[in-house]
Design a protein around this ligand. Structure first.
Ligand code: ATP
Length: 236
């Protein structure tokens, strides 16, 4: 297993957001986390990337216990997050934003290779290389956030709502790109409101409800599960 969460609990003050989350992500997989607003999807991602400390439980990554490791050192180990709400640096150019994603790296030739790869995946970013991040459209900023996360050459890419706020055509496109990134060798853990797309692209998925995992299966199993259809796919 590349990633293994064991019985994670997490508190925001007196509010318990996670009540014992256990899940695994195997090397080469796309795994989706779906669930209603407030279920704890983003919180689970923050626990993995180290943006929020857990109260109990453990996080194993690539054979190592990273539960208490600093967030920046997790990036060095190969965990990279594209956060919900994008978080691009508005005053920096597209290229500078991408370079920031590689700040832990020193090998210039490899960084340039990865810049080329991101520009190939997202031609729009190449066209807008010198434009300020903050003046890009919502969809373009979303692409920039994913591209920036790729610039650390992660083993595990954490994507929090990559389709949020995108027009239907761009939603298709961003999911196509996620599959392509995965096929190029990056393992992906994906949080999505768009359960239909996420389940149809993911190898496996987990359903979260109020900080607990209530169901797991292959993407296809969950896509055809009556309770999942009813609650998350908008069809009875
Ligand atoms: P959404 O899809 O709406 O973003 P989510 O599944 O990602 O939902 P989380 O953002 O992980 O949900 O939130 C889980 C719970 O923790 C919610 O009840 C939320 O109100 C609470 N929560 C999240 N962040 C904080 C915070 N910084 N302080 C206090 N409570 C928080």
């Amino acid at each position: 297993m590349l990633l293994e969460l064991k019985d994670l609990t997490l508190l925001y003050g007196r509010i318990q957001a996670l009540h014992g989350i256990s899940l695994t992500v195997g090397e080469g997989e796309i795994v989706a986390l779906i669930g209603a607003n407030g279920a704890g999807k983003s919180t689970t991602m923050r626990a993995i990337s180290g943006l929020r400390a857990v109260a109990q439980g453990s996080i194993l990554f690539d054979g190592e216990d990273i539960t208490k490791l600093r967030a920046d050192l997790r990036v060095v180990r190969g965990v990279s997050q594209s956060p919900e709400g994008r978080g691009v640096f508005p005053g920096m150019s597209v290229r500078e934003n991408l370079e920031m994603g590689a700040y832990t790296r020193r090998n210039r030739a490899e960084i340039d290779e990865d810049l080329d790869r991101v520009f190939t995946l997202f031609p729009r970013l190449k066209e807008r290389e010198k434009q300020a991040g903050g003046t890009m459209s919502g969809g373009e900023q979303q692409m920039l956030a994913v591209g920036r996360a790729l610039m650390s050459r992660p083993k595990l890419l954490l994507l929090d709502e990559p389709s949020m706020g995108l027009a239907p055509m761009l939603i298709q496109q961003i999911f196509d790109i996620i599959v392509e990134i995965n096929q190029q060798g990056t393992t992906v853990l994906l949080v999505e409101q768009n359960a239909q797309q996420a389940l149809s692209r993911a190898h496996r998925a987990y359903v979260l409800e109020t900080g607990r995992i209530v169901k797991e299966g292959t993407g296809q199993e969950l896509l055809h599960d009556p309770a999942v259809k009813d609650a998350y796919l908008g069809v009875a």
